[in-house]
Write a protein that binds this ligand. Structure first.
Ligand code: HEM
Length: 536
């Protein structure tokens, strides 16, 4: 069993001392009182009634009553592991300082501790890990300049490009508010009305929508970020994690169903067991770099997260390697309470104007203040591994005061002559982009919603295309005709063969459904044949 700094894994109380006069593994209450009887509540006679002053019982049961916190509104089902990131000290064959002054990347061999949480997106905590869904790939780097979170997915693009649409997208993928059953019709109702989702639907309904496990998948920051160098100059960057020795592996729908019939925790189990036996998974972190401007020469907007930056044009440049080598000691404290956000950047890394990224950045810390509480950043898994000194005080469950050594503890404000905290010296020249445009509510000019979806379809191998067509057809067969027609139109705009095959596939799947219905006539439940309307 691994040891962990975050947990008390030494069989002793947290101060390392045994309860007075008792062996070191003595059970206590949270007040430190030894528990003499953990089997019987205190009663009048051994048949009751019970008394209310029975502190060990009340503490035990009321803590149990509060064991659950709200699950993440998305990405509720997850698994995590600790590890280390090692920098290459360059980007491709160039000195990295040319592009970013972020300290974690500068020296070859420099190590930064990390914690990673993998997840599925739409399904609740405890749902099968074989379901068709993007996979989350969130990395927390505990750097010498404070934490950096790279909150990514396995797929390199997304359904939408404007944060305003996120709650609608997620509602369409969550269970129907009446039946509490996920519905393919609701999912495709949204997608058919959101042409920019065609590309993501193409990935999601192919085997890339069911990675074999968490180790054998890629990761991607999806949104566009910036790097800033010491002269205050910026470039646009996209981040990608490429699995090293373990490779990439995806499942067909049939393979996933076979696994699900036997094991619905297979991805968590795979990760945990690989690390326990010392088979540490590794990923190389690569970046794509583009100059910091609008790039009118491209037929897509580099800030549009529904698009790939083609690899042939913008090569993946390696900058370091991550190894996961330690399992959590306590799932709840480390995985469930971990909190990642796109706003968590260090000096030398910056935001781009990508509208999704801006919207995401508000959402993460907002939900975490609700899900975990105002002091979520004091928890060991979320706190940086460097001293923290703030003037923030109070709030539920505040258990530490963020003093700096030598600080006048009466001064919890700034500025002050009386020994309070001071602002940090600048790390380099500020990056100060200039804006000159009207404030509007408009979509971007270069939407180009279908071209890359067609390229992705043609780049798949034939077995991947077959699985894609079968998955789309089976789900769309149970949808309203308006949804079917619009989806076929969009797939045809992407690629004629793609549209034709989906149209034929829907027809065949509908015929099969009719035959099944005739065979089982009279046996449907109150909602009719809902099974084929099931979602992803
Ligand atoms: C988790 C919002 C788009 C990746 C979450 C959570 C929220 C959220 C509220 C739950 C966080 C928590 O409870 O700790 C949004 C919004 C988006 C958006 C508003 C768009 C406007 C994306 C995209 C990606 C992504 C494009 C992929 C790059 C993740 C991951 C997690 C997550 C990996 C789980 C983090 C963890 O393991 O704790 N998101 N999200 N999200 N999101 Fe997003």
């Amino acid at each position: 069993m691994n040891k962990n700094n975050n947990g008390n894994h030494n069989g002793k109380k947290s101060n390392g001392k045994a309860v007075t006069g008792a062996p070191s593994n003595t059970l206590t209450t949270r007040q430190g009182h030894p528990v003499y009887d953990n089997q019987n509540i205190r009663t009048v006679g051994n048949r009751g009634p019970a008394t209310m002053e029975n502190y060990p019982f009340i503490e035990k049961i009321s803590h149990f009553d509060r064991e659950r916190i709200p699950e993440r509104v998305v990405h509720a089902r997850g698994a995590g592991a600790h590890g280390v990131f090692e920098a290459y000290g360059k980007v491709g064959d160039q000195p990295i300082a040319k592009y970013t002054r972020a300290k974690l990347f500068q020296e070859k061999g420099k190590q930064t501790p990390v914690f990673v949480r993998f997840s599925t997106v739409g399904h609740p905590s405890g749902s099968p890990e074989t379901l068709r869904d993007p996979r989350g790939f969130a990395v927390k780097f505990y750097t010498e300049d404070g934490n950096w979170d790279l909150v990514g997915n396995n797929l390199k693009i997304f359904f939408i490009r404007d944060a305003m649409k996120f709650p609608d997208l997620i509602h369409s993928q969550k269970p129907d508010p009446v039946t509490n059953i996920q519905s393919g019709e609701r999912i495709f109702d949204f997608i058919a009305n959101t042409p920019e989702s065609t590309h993501m639907a193409t990935f999601l309904f192919s085997p890339w929508g069911i990675p074999a496990n968490y180790r054998q998948m890629q990761g991607s920051g999806v949104n566009t970020y910036k790097w800033v160098n010491k002269d205050g100059e910026a470039v646009l960057v996209k981040y990608h994690w490429e699995p090293m020795k373990q490779g990439i592996r995806n499942l067909t729908q049939k393979e996933a169903e076979e696994i699900q019939g036997k094991n619905f925790n297979h991805a968590t189990q795979d990760l945990y067991e690989a690390i326990e036996k010392g088979d540490y998974p590794e990923w190389e972190l690569c970046v794509q770099i583009l100059s910091d401007d609008d790039h009118p020469e491209l037929d897509f907007d580099p800030l549009d997260d529904t698009k790939l930056w083609p690899k042939e044009q913008f090569p993946w440049l390696p900058v370091g390697k991550m190894t996961l080598n330690r399992n959590p000691v306590d799932y709840f404290n480390e995985v469930e309470l971990s909190a990642f956000g796109t706003g968590v950047l260090v000096d030398g890394l910056d935001f781009s104007d990508d509208k999704m990224l801006q919207g995401r950045t508000f959402s993460y810390s907002d939900t975490q203040r609700y899900r975990i509480g105002a002091n979520y950043l004091q928890l060991p898994i979320n706190a940086p591994k460097i001293p923290v000194a703030t003037n923030q005080r109070g709030g539920q469950m505040a258990y530490r005061t963020d003093f700096a050594e030598g600080q006048n503890i009466h001064i919890n404000y700034e500025p002050s002559f009386l020994g309070g905290l001071k602002e940090a010296p600048k790390a380099g020249k500020d990056y100060t982009p200039r804006y000159d445009a009207n404030l509007v509510r408009q979509k971007i000019d270069r939407t180009n919603d279908f071209k890359q979806a067609g390229e992705t379809y043609r780049n798949f191998e034939e077995w991947e295309r077959e699985d894609l067509i079968s998955n789309l057809s089976n789900t769309l067969a149970a949808c309203d005709k308006r949804i079917q027609d619009k989806m076929v139109e969009h797939f045809t705009l992407a690629d004629k063969d793609y549209g034709r095959r989906v149209a034929e596939g829907i027809k065949q799947a509908m015929e099969k459904m009719m035959q099944m219905k005739e065979k089982t006539a009279g046996t449907d439940g109150p909602l009719g044949n809902t099974s084929s309307k099931e979602g992803v």
